[in-house]
Design a protein around this ligand. Structure first.
Ligand SMILES: [Zn+2]
Length: 271
């Protein structure tokens, strides 16, 4: 197959995609959010993370990427201007419609790259489990999240990380240096324990310990994190962002290599 001029679906013609589907059936689907990331980070942090991971893994492996979904499940950030949230139910339906469209054309192996750690997963997991069981049993669906994919590199950070913290800020700083307001990075850390019990998930990108989920809304969040940042970002750096990014891209490239050969436990997922 002739090399396509872009990995991004929106930059290709339908004939390019039809040609790709003659020899490949893998596609990446980046999902982010448009939500506040404290005074130092742009509203697109999670989307930029998903886009960067998808784009660099696609360039190394030659697979395609769907246009990014810039909106995610962010209701708890809605008290900050600029945040745009989908309800979990809406995200489920959007993800299902994107996946069904792709499957209709012959994409049989779909990897969702979620840049909005954890919170998008309720909707994305619901969509994937339901589709794979009932409507698309022969389509391979998987979900990538830095919270799980980057466990082996999380030791490079100095601070506990929850929201707008060291590594996610570093990631965007590495890829889009002009988007981080360095003078607004903070050494402040919201102590969640008095609010969420000793069983709160203390570090989304590190050792969390035993945990119990407690839900909070946007009003409560604005009260306990008035700047929007939960986490110490003062040790963020483009170099940490590079290491974090390259570690995850390497894992993704490995996974895509494995997936090319994968036919599923009953041999129905194949090119
Ligand atoms: Zn984020």
């Amino acid at each position: 197959m002739a090399k396509l001029k872009s990995v991004w679906l929106q930059e290709l013609t339908w004939e390019d995609v039809a040609e790709y589907l003659k020899s490949d059936d893998i596609i990446l689907f980046p999902v982010g959010s448009t939500e506040q990331h404290g005074p130092a980070g742009p509203l697109g942090v999670d989307s930029y993370a998903a886009i960067a991971l998808a784009e660099d893994a696609a360039k190394e492996t030659g697979v395609l990427v769907t246009p990014p979904l810039w909106f995610g499940d962010s209701p708890h950030h809605l008290d900050f201007p600029g945040t745009i949230s989908l309800r979990t139910e809406t995200l489920v339906e959007v993800a299902k419609d994107v996946i069904c469209s792709l499957a209709r054309h012959g994409f049989k192996k779909i990897i969702i790259i979620n840049g909005h750690k954890g919170t998008n997963n309720a909707g994305l997991i619901t969509a994937c489990r339901s589709l794979h069981q009932y409507e698309l049993p022969d389509v391979f669906l998987s979900l990538v999240d830095p919270m799980y994919l980057a466990r082996g590199i999380a030791h490079i950070k100095d601070a506990v990380e929850h929201h707008a913290g060291e590594l996610e800020i570093s990631h965007v700083w590495y890829k889009h240096p002009h988007l981080i307001k360095q003078e607004k990075l903070t050494g402040e850390q919201v102590n969640l324990e008095p609010l969420m019990s000793e069983f709160t998930h203390k570090d989304l990108l590190g050792k969390g310990g035993d945990s119990i989920e407690i839900f909070w809304n946007s009003r409560e969040q604005k009260a306990f994190a008035p700047t929007g940042s939960f986490s110490d970002s003062s040790h963020a750096s483009p170099e940490k962002g590079r290491q974090y990014h390259e570690y995850m891209v390497k894992n993704l490239v490995k996974f895509i290599g494995w997936l090319r050969r994968y036919e599923g436990p009953i041999g129905r997922i194949k090119q």
